[in-house]
Ligand binder design. Sequence first.
Ligand code: FAD
Length: 498
Amino acid sequence: MSKTKTVEEGKKAVVIGSGVAGLAVAVRLAVRGFEVVVFEKNDRAGGKLTELQAGNYRFDAGPSLFTMPQWVDELFEIAGEKPQEHFRYNRLPVVCKYFWQNGKKLEVSADLGKTDESVVEEFGEKPGALKNYLQKSRRKYELAGEIFLKRPLNRLKTWSDKKVIRALGHLGRYDLFKSLHKTNRSHFKSPEMVQLFDRYATYNGSDPHRCSGMFSMIPHIELHEGAYAPEGGMYAITEAIYQLGRKLGVRYVFGEEVVEIIHEKNRVKGVELKSGERELADMVVSNMDVQLTYEKLLPEVKMPRFRKYEERSSSGFIFYWGISRNFPQLDVHNIFFSRDYRGEFEAISRGEFSDDPTIYVNITSKYNPKDAPEGCENWFVMVNGPNDSGQNWDELRAELRKKVIERIKSVLNVDLEKYIECEEILDPVRLASKTLSADGALYGSSSNSMMAAFLRQSNKHGRLKNLYFCGGSAHPGGGIPLCLSSARIVDELLAEDL
Ligand SMILES: Cc1cc2nc3c(=O)[nH]c(=O)nc-3n(C[C@H](O)[C@H](O)[C@H](O)COP(=O)(O)OP(=O)(O)OC[C@H]3O[C@@H](n4cnc5c(N)ncnc54)[C@H](O)[C@@H]3O)c2cc1C
């Protein structure tokens, strides 16, 4: 970031929404010298990155996997603070435990040599197959990640940069125009390893059979750079960035919804609030879902036609269960795979749940014992699923609950029902109303087309010169690291205009 450029005194910026990207952009703008006001319709910060309490159990309500912690640290660094004095995290020794219905299992350890051996023994892959795949993954990240994750794509400067031109020279190596599934099939012979690496498409709610093979760069991020656990749980990320903003003088207004972005000619002038008040500003950043920003806040501004038809990311159904016993055979992140992964994504694209869904169980009490009473565990159980299109969610809740309990019984041989002490749920309708995400999509827009990266909303509006976008539905996409990257790109674009 260009640290030297600051704004003249008295310049004001409004941020709509306090999701992780909104919080990060508020910090960056405050560092630039803006007077920053964040309007948040909820009574607390975080959006999807929030927490909940049920009985004696604490749960992270949304994200559970934390990668690229250095992008949170960077916010403290630009503010002249020492990150570790405000926000601590530890690398997880076990990245994820995988369970298949044929009895096979795999512990993916941060010690990749150990994992490579298990892959050979359990799945008959060639020695070094995993290492080789991950080396390619690293190469893709180093070349393409630089372009697609860290820079604005609709700017000539990006494409004329020497580093980018060099990266483009290796385009053939990215598997850009091949699906992730095909990419994985060309590397691994066992269906289990193909399924394991296909799962990375779900990291932004996409389908491995339709998203680009470039997604195979994500395992590098998780397995080489590491999966982390913030001390205090995922909500500590929200809390740390929020407190940093407060220290920098950011004003947060909770319980206040923005209902209009005021604009005149080619510039935005500020926002109008549900309470009827107006807040005038020199620039506005929307951390609200892009489609809803156009529909609700800018009704007179034409939304690009393709944006209307942009495919949303998938959603999911989440059970938060207080479990009155320990499961030593499980770790922080656990996956119980379906038998037919392709069928599962086909069901999702029809607006249905598969009869045999993949189940994800996250247990933060494994690293943060305070999250559950002694001898107990807090289970966040997620089944990937479709967005809300009017399904009967109460009926689905009962069906999915039964399926999850049956699957746990068949794999772990335990009647889980006996141990569920308390339960909360999150379905796409609730998610949509809590965070104003269109149709309850978990990650904003999907990457279910080879062109998705180019079609996603850029971080600066084309016509309204001082309107910017950050968050999961804007470039470069969903997930905490990319949301943080969107905030950084907004700041860089802004700096060019100063
Ligand atoms: C169940 C679940 C699991 C996930 N798992 C992971 C994971 O493991 N790892 C990972 O990296 N990511 C994960 N994600 C994705 C990640 O949570 C999101 O990509 C990220 O948190 C989105 O942040 P955001 O900045 O886009 O804002 P959001 O979290 O979408 O928040 C937007 C905020 O803006 C507010 N708002 C909207 N409109 C207005 C308005 N008009 N006026 C005022 N306020 C407004 C909303 O109330 C909300 O607080 C998961 C998401 C979910 C839901």
